[in-house]
Design a protein around this ligand. Sequence first.
Ligand SMILES: Cc1ncc(COP(=O)(O)O)c(C=O)c1O
Length: 478
Amino acid sequence: MEAFSFAQIPIDRSRPLQPQLHSALLSRINEGLLPAGTRLPSSRRLADELGVSRNTVLIVIDQLKAEGYLESRPGSGVAVKSELPAGKVARVQWQSQEHLPPLSRVGQQWSNYEAISHEQCLPFTVGVPDLKAFPDATWLRLQRRHQERMPLRGFQEDQGYQPLRESLTHYLKTSRGVICDADQIIITQGAQQALALCALVLLDEEDTVMLEEPGYRGARDAFKSRNAHFYAVGLGDNGIDVTALPQSPPGRLLYTTPTHQYPLGGILPAADRLRLLDWAARHRLWVIEDDYDSEFHFHAKPIAALQGMAEQTPVLYMGSFSKTLYPALRLGYLVVPKPLVPTLVAAKRALGGETPLLTQAVVADFIAEGHFIRHLRRMRQLYQCKWDHLRALVEDQLKGLATPVARSAGMHLALMIDCQSDVELASEFRGAGFGSTPLSWYYASGKGRSGLVLGFANTSEAEREEGISVLRDLIPRC
Ligand SMILES: Cc1ncc(COP(=O)(O)O)c(C=O)c1O
């Protein structure tokens, strides 16, 4: 074997030298490039060859000796030890879970999980607002205001930045009819963290959760973290079918999207809301109300939140800034009955603790100074135009191929499509440069209606035209 040349070890002088030399020698020993018994050049020569100080070399050699990789040999300098520390001889390239120590039961379930790809926001990717319409100038001005504030660089409150909770209290009361004070709000890392916290605090392993079918996959994912079973409640014309709520509920939690059923739309009428709340109170159940996009209704004024109507039922109300501002902010909120706050905050601490303070401070002012309401108003008009355009295109070009679900509106359009595999259809559409979600993915059972859900908020006119024309070609072949 050719003698190893130490001079070839690359050293980046802009980074700390000792850790580089340590990891370079260690990986070469582990990879067998410096086999047991190999003698190292003298420290002086090594330092010359590598272009580092002799002191650096001596420190690294001492460390590798202490770790059991090198040894001093009387009269012949330093050499690679003949017996290396157990398990360090060759780095194993783990190819599958099989050879690793066992995972938890939840981990095992997730290791077979079919991931949703979020590689990029393509036109029609679901859940993405119009990213170009974001009021950057205002945002940057507010951000500059808070950027250098030292209190925002440390820790404050796991529950969330007080001024943001105050701003939200006012907004939620006036816009959504949510009755709460700032002490009841917990700021979360998106609605997804709110769901994860509820799963952790309200469910035991293998409990059953009642939820709408079709419904939000992110909620199912959160509940799966407790290995939950699902009891699917079907939909009526306007959201969850309250006549299908079980007389003997199989669990203690119902997840619902009453203000705008996800993904098919529909606003649950007031009488049905009262019936649902009464049913939940009678059976002592928790209700999670996900108010994910109530801000974007075009044809009907959104009804006030279930939370505000609930007198006897413990409703956990959640919302998100993902659609009203943008998803990468990762900001959401949970409004809960007061006695539950300390428990949920403790769970939040365990799951990551504080939400970034600078973002919270900016959003607090953004709401308090009226920018949020103005932005929502603009977006509502913009999305309505996009929606009208998309509906017209679908009616004109996909007649007989796809049935649009008119009430889905908001930021997406659900299309019912008879096809062999909507997953395949979505993948071909993706191949043409367009995002979408197969409708079947919204069914917990995996056996639902087939179709595509198209997020239109982040599309341009030309993209909508091209996308629908691509679908006109793809659907007959699917
Ligand atoms: C029904 C529903 N709930 C919640 C969310 C928001 O999740 P997050 O705030 O974690 O982005 C979404 C986003 O797509 C959603 O569709």
